[in-house]
Design a protein around this ligand. Structure first.
Ligand code: PMT
Length: 200
């Protein structure tokens, strides 16, 4: 309704650090961002979105325009409320049920394109991190996936630090715990090596 929404703990820090790392590596960067409270890195083109559908549209347009590498670190909601009320919902019964419907999956949609760029996903997990991340990489047809255990206090959502394990079809590498910026810088080197290999 006009005064309430469903969200999560994502601050955008990991994604913004990746955008800065890609810029520093010499890339032309388009940063597609949901609402956050941190400044965007300088020298990158920012497209602001608020819904999962907007994120898919902005991402599709960026890939249409030409893109070698697509990294998805946003914590996009898997479901959204079926309807949005024009006026504030009033308190009535002791319980209420809010029907949710599936959101489009930007990452899977981009990776499924015939002209897909080298596509890297993230996996935010709380248990069986490696198993779920590898399953996501295979299901969504990704070249690499960056897994983080978001149940560890002080890491992951909203913190300045993280620890990740990157998986690709025949290997893996762990980075951190470290600052999100240093992790992003090291991720960019690793992803760049794989991108170069894929380009032959
Ligand atoms: O923003 P910070 O506070 O810095 O926190 C960083 C982070 C914890 C959000 C980040 O490191 C991270 O893990 N990002 C991915 C969060 C997530 O939504 O993971 P997932 O396992 O639910 O989704 C898997 C992948 O599908 C992700 O690449 C996600 O961007 C993508 N996805 C998910 C749902 C959806 N509707 N569309 C998508 O594209």
């Amino acid at each position: 309704d006009p005064v309430r929404y469903i969200s999560n703990h994502s601050s955008g820090k990991m994604g913004y650090a990746l955008a800065a790392a890609a810029r520093d590596a010499g890339a032309e960067v388009v940063l597609i961002s949901g609402p956050v409270a941190i400044p965007a890195p300088s020298g990158v083109e920012v497209r602001n979105v608020t819904t999962a559908a907007d994120m898919l549209q902005a991402s599709s347009e960026a890939v249409d325009a030409g893109c070698d590498l697509f990294i998805a670190s946003a914590a996009v909601a898997d479901y959204r409320p079926q309807s949005c009320e024009a006026d504030k919902i009033k308190k009535t019964s002791e319980q209420m049920a809010l029907p949710l419907v599936r959101n489009p999956d930007t990452l899977a949609t981009i990776a499924a394109r015939a002209d897909a760029p080298f596509t890297v996903g993230f996996a935010a997990e709380t248990t069986d991190v490696a198993r779920y991340a590898i399953d996501k990489m295979q299901r969504k047809k990704l070249r690499m996936i960056v897994a983080n255990d978001v149940s560890v206090p002080g890491l992951g959502f909203n913190s300045d630090n993280n620890a990740v394990t990157v998986f690709w079809p025949d290997g893996q590498a762990s980075i951190g715990p470290d600052s999100k910026q240093r992790i992003a810088d090291r991720l960019m080197v690793l992803i760049g090596d794989h991108l170069d290999q894929a380009a032959g």
